[in-house]
Design a protein around this ligand. Structure first.
Ligand SMILES: *Cc1c(COP(=O)(O)O)cnc(C)c1O
Length: 492
């Protein structure tokens, strides 16, 4: 299994190098050179696998045993997924009116990102140990990625993690999940700015090749192929549990499954498209909030950013740049790296691009889309509660809106991806006038000690933040070199 860039400039990379790189050197994103196909027999034989076993099978299609032997892979995945609050790791809720919800939020930070992040961090740690090296991971977050990365990396000996979050712009639960981790390898900064502001100093650090090489700096956002790879299991799990039982009864051709996904960076949509190309008859529905670029792209080929990010009740998908669409464009254009390069370079400079007719046609065959405002989010949460006593997080509500407004075609099964627990987004729950008991794990956060460093917004904040982060990286390196701990005193 070899990997190439969506922009055609890089080929023949292996999984290990792709894992450590994030973006490809030509600015593109890594994809497998060939997408493996799944035979109906293989699919049927996976029916009774546990979630960790399924993830292991999926990963083994993309990670050669020379890089991670089978037994090691199984151990890494099972360790990664051992901290979940459900023994089954994920679960399917079947509600009134054939509303079927795939709950992916039973990890430590109660968002689906935990699933792929824990596995990816374990893979990273595995290679670092094998090579007797250390890495410093830098993550800028709008809320959920930071918490997942922290919980995944805490206590690991090969990795230091630096997280920068936008102070005052994440929910109180997201914030507490990030600042209450006191492990010696976790370093959290609260920046007085937006997540776009945070990207500025981080991008500068990564453009310093000497610094990157010297400290093995890397990122872990969903540009990283490994996270998308682990997310393939979401779609396969849904197919195995919603469609395969029916197929076993009826025989004939495998039935179509429609997967409805709340969409921001389009990582899940990219994963869904790959699973479709593996031969699973999926249809995808990308639902957005008022930040509707994916909706407009599917509707009319208008791949253009709005002037501003709108703040909505579903903040994890308040995203302007759905960067994983690059993977979707590459797949649907028949792996046309030259076209994708031209498209994405144009989009990155002018923030707009109109899809060529043929590509738009391909896209609309695989994907439908919709956009939901805050009112629609609130109404969906209320209706689902009224009918089922089941509380949706605002992002999941963006998807489930589709259920109440666009009933499924007869004979087509549907499944909605639930990306987070409502406990993480209490303001939205209150806005909907709903009440619920907070889980113990959330209540416990209030009593925990916290530690973080503030990045204040002075006149020269860009330079200032960059030099603070750089200092932190150098301090970490020097402490580790001398075999010392970073935090000699516990903060309270
Ligand atoms: C990250 C996130 C999303 C968006 O994920 P993509 O697959 O990148 O579009 C949706 N919901 C929640 C709660 C998230 O944290």
């Amino acid at each position: 299994m070899r990997y190439c860039s969506t922009r055609g400039g890089v080929q023949g990379w292996n999984f290990r190098d792709v894992l450590f790189s994030g973006y490809a050197p030509d600015g593109g994103m890594f994809m497998p050179e060939t997408i493996p196909t799944l035979s109906p027999e293989t699919l049927r034989s996976w029916k009774s696998l546990s979630y960790p076993q399924l993830v292991t099978e999926v990963c083994s299609m993309f990670i050669p045993t020379e890089l991670i032997p089978a037994a090691d892979l199984e151990g890494l995945v099972s360790a990664a997924l051992s901290g979940f609050s459900l023994p089954g790791v994920v679960s399917l809720a079947r509600l009134k009116g054939e509303l079927c919800v795939l709950e992916l939020f039973h990890g430590e930070t109660m968002a689906f990102k935990d699933l792929a992040m824990t596995c990816t961090v374990r893979f990273l740690d595995y290679f670092l140990h094998k090579e007797s090296r250390r890495a410093i991971v830098i993550v800028g977050t709008s809320g959920d990625t930071g918490g997942s990365a922290i919980q995944s990396a805490r206590g690991l000996s090969g990795v230091d993690l630096v997280v920068v979050y936008p102070w005052g712009r994440v929910t109180p639960v997201q914030e507490k999940q990030m600042i209450t981790c006191l492990d010696d390898n976790i370093h959290v900064f609260a920046a007085d700015g937006s997540s776009d502001d945070i990207d500025v100093p981080i991008r500068r650090l990564f453009s310093d090749q000497k610094l990157v090489k010297q400290h093995c700096l890397m990122s872990l956002n969903s540009v990283n192929w490994s996270r998308v790879m682990v997310q393939l299991a979401h779609f396969l799990y849904a197919y195995l549990h919603v469609s395969v039982p029916e197929w076993a009864e009826s025989g004939g051709a495998p039935p179509i499954l429609e997967m409805v996904v709340p969409t921001g960076g389009a990582g899940n949509i990219a994963a869904g498209c790959i699973v479709k190309q593996m031969g699973i008859p999926l249809r995808l529905v990308a639902m957005t909030n008022a930040n509707d670029i994916v909706h407009r792209t599917v509707q009319s080929g208008d791949f253009s950013m709005a002037t501003n990010v709108k703040q909505t009740l579903a903040p994890a998908i308040d995203i302007q740049d759905p960067y994983n669409m690059e993977r979707v464009f590459w797949l649907l254009s028949g792996k046309d790296g030259a076209l994708v390069k031209e498209m994405m370079e144009e989009f990155q400079t002018s923030h707009k691009y109109t899809l060529p007719k043929a590509l738009h046609q391909q896209l609309s065959q695989v994907l439908t889309a919709g956009a939901v405002g805050d009112q629609g989010i609130v109404e969906t949460m209320q209706r689902c509660w009224k009918e089922n006593h089941y509380l949706l997080c605002p992002h999941t509500a963006v998807a489930v809106w589709h259920h109440y407004h666009c009933p499924p075609t007869a004979g087509v099964n549907r499944c909605y991806i639930a990306t987070a627990s409502p406990a993480k987004f209490q303001a939205a729950v209150q806005k909907a006038g709903l009440n619920f008991d907070l889980p113990e794990a959330v209540l416990a956060l209030d009593k925990m000690a916290a530690r973080y460093l503030a990045l204040e917004r002075g006149e020269n904040w860009e330079k200032d933040w960059e030099s603070r982060l750089k200092q932190c990286i150098q301090d970490i390196a020097s402490v580790r070199q001398r075999g010392l701990t970073y935090y000699s005193t516990q903060y309270n």
